[in-house]
Design a protein around this ligand. Structure first.
Ligand code: 6GU
Length: 225
């Protein structure tokens, strides 16, 4: 898979891809993540990528030209499955949506900023719009990092069998059971006996039961939302 992320704040996206699972996935050549700074695609003398809104009002609007030039230069090199605009009014990110995107080969993620992008970008250049939740972030960068993480960890070979995404919360419509590690007792607070019993079948049953009751209690509308 190849992810091309377009942003006017490239430094915001450096660290999420430079550590841990996302770094290892790139080192193992399971995914290629390329961050594109929008500024060099500007044609004006100050290399600006935003301008005042027609009709007035507070907030700058990202201009279509640098975005079009950047996307066009990418499309000349390969075909893209989707051009995704990160926006708080986009389709809500769910595990099901991450699963879908994880099957694609080439994706462009456009990070919105300021008061948004010129509407013509959305009309003509974008194929999908994604939001990571009903709250407003300063820009699409952190949302793009969240979406990328949700996708990349699903790619074959990124996680070991032990940590496989198949056992994740949400993947089966349930939240995860509680987990414990040593010591078996701390300050008088004990780990459930069944987990120390060595009885594999009983442990599996207990975990499934915990998942069911936790889902009912914490997220009764999971998968119905
Ligand atoms: Cl994708 N962008 C912004 N700016 N805010 C958000 C978001 C995206 N998703 C939730 N809030």
């Amino acid at each position: 898979m190849r992810l091309d992320i377009i942003t006017c704040l490239p430094r915001l996206l450096e660290s999420p891809f430079s550590d841990s699972i996302l770094k290892r996935a790139q080192d193992k050549k399971l995914v290629e993540v390329i961050i594109h700074d929008l500024r060099p695609f500007s044609t004006n003398k100050h290399r600006t990528t935003d301008d005042y809104a027609f009709g007035g009002g507070a907030g700058m609007v990202m201009m279509i030209e640098p975005i079009d030039r950047c996307i066009s230069s990418l499309k000349e090199q390969r075909t893209y499955d989707d051009v995704i605009y990160m926006s708080p009014d986009g389709e809500l990110l769910t595990q099901a949506l991450a699963n879908q995107f994880s099957l694609k080969k080439n994706l462009i993620l456009l990070c919105g900023h300021y008061k948004g992008v010129d509407e013509r970008v959305r009309e003509h250049l974008i194929t999908r719009e994604v939001s990571i939740g009903d709250y407003v972030l300063s820009g699409g960068e952190l949302a793009a990092a969240v979406l990328s993480d949700a996708i990349i960890r699903l790619l074959p070979g990124v996680l070991s069998d032990e940590t496989s995404a198949l056992t994740d919360s949400f993947q089966d419509g349930l939240v995860a059971p509680p987990v414990y590690t040593r010591p078996a007792e701390y300050n008088g607070w004990k780990v459930p006996d069944v987990l120390l019993s060595g009885h594999e079948a009983k442990i599996q049953d207990w975990r499934h039961e915990q998942s069911l009751t936790r889902t009912q209690k914490r997220r009764p509308n999971l998968n119905k939302e």
